[in-house]
Ligand binder design. Structure first.
Ligand code: EPU
Length: 335
């Protein structure tokens, strides 16, 4: 591992914002047995770094990206239960599942990051999310110094959230394996209008066609590098909050999100606040999907964070809605 000129390890290749930040050390276990010892030294736990914003020189970072492999745990005519290591690349995993005839994940094509990160965030896109496929999660718990298996029911999976984001678990529980239940029968989910309109109607029963359609839609809207996907979550409003937003923005789109709650597209709020393409230094609000903040090549962490805070303030001033970051902000820690 090369040390950066200023000392420490350059993290540019280890997170998707590609910022010029260093870490005091980067720990990369390749086998599960190495995790307990390395975990003692770690301050922050990451996967492929596709949902983090490191704000400056990092302390010791442990990445699970090199924990690879999978095995079938159970199988019958309807489906399989597969155990997959946390470091497998998510998109490669989706492709492997399709190739092996294991279905359900096709709409989650092309999402950057690792399998472990996918659970922490409960990734979702184009009409589905990860949660319903989850059986259990195994990992090392630093607080009790032991391995633990957490059943899906206890993982508190919600919209872009899970148990593993809570303060008692974040950086304390290192996910090493995930068990997923997948189907052998392919039943395409075409509820997302773009997917339904774009899919080749003669190939609807071909999982690769759905995979490719989702990838094509993503590539038109989302930048291929220099971002962490959506920077903010779509806000979930109560009926009263939605009514007060509608008084200011009668044409705001909204979708039911559980009893008495409504999800509003943050992209719409940012767009209609006139922020598409807005720049701070090397950071820019993406021109095709304003929920995404991009490093145009020369950004420093403060550009990204300064722009995110600007967007948050402007959206709040205009619409009275506070956007919550979806990206995890990693603050420098002096050690
Ligand atoms: N919109 C605008 N202007 C734009 C773009 C979008 O007003 O320039 C509005 C439109 O009303 C559009 C709505 O925003 O219908 C929603 O846009 P989109 O379908 O692109 O999805 P999103 O809600 O912005 C979410 C996820 C994405 C996921 C897509 C597709 C979150 C935080 N983001 O974005 O996930 O790919 O849906 O399902 O929920 C990610 O988490 O990093 C991510 C990219």
């Amino acid at each position: 591992m090369c040390a950066a000129a200023s000392g420490g390890i350059l993290l540019r290749e280890y997170h998707t914002f590609s910022l010029p930040v260093t870490a005091k050390a980067l720990l990369l276990p390749t086998r599960e047995e190495e995790v307990p010892t390395l975990a003692r030294r770690a301050d922050y736990i990451i996967g492929e770094g596709s949902n983090i914003l490191p704000l400056g020189p990092m302390p010791v970072v442990l990445s699970t990206r090199d924990l690879k492999g999978y095995k079938v745990r159970a199988e019958n005519t309807d489906g399989v239960e597969v155990e997959v290591f946390a470091g497998e690349n998510w998109d490669a995993w989706v492709r492997l599942c399709i190739a092996r005839g294991w279905h359900g994940l096709e709409n989650l094509a092309g999402i950057p990051g690792s399998v472990g990160g996918a659970v922490v965030q409960n990734i979702g896109a184009y009409g589905i999310e990860l949660a319903p496929f989850l059986v259990e999660v195994r990992g090392w718990n630093r607080r009790i110094e032991d391995w633990q298996t957490i059943p899906a029911e206890a993982c508190e999976m919600g919209y872009r959230t899970s148990l593993f984001q809570k303060s008692a678990w974040q950086d304390q529980f290192i996910i090493t394996r995930v068990v997923l239940r997948l189907k052998k029968r392919f039943e395409p989910v075409l509820s997302y209008p773009d997917v339904n309109q774009r899919i080749d109607s003669t190939r609807k029963q071909d999982p690769w066609c759905l995979y490719e359609t989702v990838r094509a839609i993503r590539s038109e809207k989302l930048p291929s590098q220099g971002s962490a996907g959506s920077f903010f979550k779509n806000p979930v409003l109560s009926e009263a909050e939605l009514a007060s937003l509608k008084a200011k923005a009668p044409d705001v789109p909204f979708y039911p999100h559980g009893a008495g709650f409504f999800k509003v597209p943050a992209a719409w709020l940012i767009d209609r606040a006139g922020l598409k393409g807005y720049r701070v230094g090397g950071a820019q609000v993406h021109v095709r999907q304003p929920l995404v903040i991009v490093n145009t090549g020369s950004a420093i962490p403060q550009d990204i964070w300064g722009l995110a805070q600007y967007v948050q303030t402007k959206v709040y001033e205009k619409w009275g809605v506070l956007l919550e970051p979806e990206v995890r902000i990693l603050f420098p820690i002096e050690r």
